[in-house]
Design a protein around this ligand. Sequence first.
Ligand SMILES: Nc1ncnc2c1ncn2[C@@H]1O[C@H](COP(=O)(O)OP(=O)(O)OP(=O)(O)O)[C@@H](O)[C@H]1O
Ligand SMILES: [Mg+2]
Length: 347
Amino acid sequence: MRSGIHAFVLSPRRYGKTSLARRALTLVEEGGGRCAYANLLFATSETELAATILQAVLRGVLGKAGRARHSLESILRQVRITPKVSFGQDGSLDVGIDARSIDMPWQEVVGDAIGVLRRSARREPAVLVLDEFQVVAGIGRQGLGGAFKAIADEVSSTSIVFTGSHLSIMERLTKGHGAPLHGMGERIVLDVVPEEPMVAYLCERAEAVGRQLDVSTATAIYHAADRIPNYVQQLALAVLEAADEATVRPRDVERGVATVVEREASTFATQFEDLRRSPAQQRILRALARHSTTSVYTRAFLDEVGVANANAVTTALRALDGRELVVRRGKVWDVADPFLRRWLLES
Ligand SMILES: Nc1ncnc2c1ncn2[C@@H]1O[C@H](COP(=O)(O)OP(=O)(O)OP(=O)(O)O)[C@@H](O)[C@H]1O
Ligand SMILES: [Mg+2]
């Protein structure tokens, strides 16, 4: 990021992309760099995308409260879209961009935004993080991957970091020769936090709140949550809550799992019900809950899920993957959320 190199950070949901990106941004800022963080999740059109990015850059550049007004004015002179500026009672200022006020090509708005970021950084690093970047694949008739390639090629000495889940979509955007963003930056596929540091971290956190958590119980938490950082944290919290005494016991892990599953049950029920138009998807999801597998095209699996042929399995898996209910780790298909898996097994 400090060297103006673009990067892609890919992982399934809840592995820690946003946390990683934010941490990296903090480090760049501490070193004097200028950063902007845009979450593209809610953008549904090109202009909303451009508005989100411009707003993120203006917020990043205007920075903390109390900046001199002339700096605001000089920054606003560099953009062709007029933002709504509001002042908080504490003198802090905020800017908002209304997508409906954009009456020029969206790429130029993004170009303006990156220009502002670059100039505000002077000689220091400038970084733009585009989180939830998989969203761009769904906007416009052909997706906007190619347009972002053009934008990224044009900027010099500014690092754009594209982070996204929906691995299959992100891979289509970035991997292989036909991919619109192929070869444009460093590709980082984020894996789970390894066992040793994550377990050590859980033990430390427990101690900080006056609980005793030993390595073997923390390891059990780590694996019961499929090693996925978000679920590990969620379960660890539930386990600490479930423990009656200062010392966390192995049986508390089981109680923690039960608590999480119970809390999430209505969400899981809704997710499952949303699949009612495709009983095949429902059956495949339940089958994967019983056993993750590489063999989704074998006769035995087709029979188990009551599907006529391999094509139907492919279609169903693609749909389930699109909803991020299943993931493919290596060649193994599995339920994406360990607690959903548990709920499916118990229901
Ligand atoms: N390095 C880490 N150490 C400990 N916990 C972590 C770490 N990274 C992430 N987490 C936990 O996982 C949670 C989810 O992280 P984060 O929101 O960064 O994931 P994400 O990949 O951006 O998810 P999504 O794809 O849903 O946006 C965090 O709130 C935190 O509890
Ligand atoms: Mg995120």
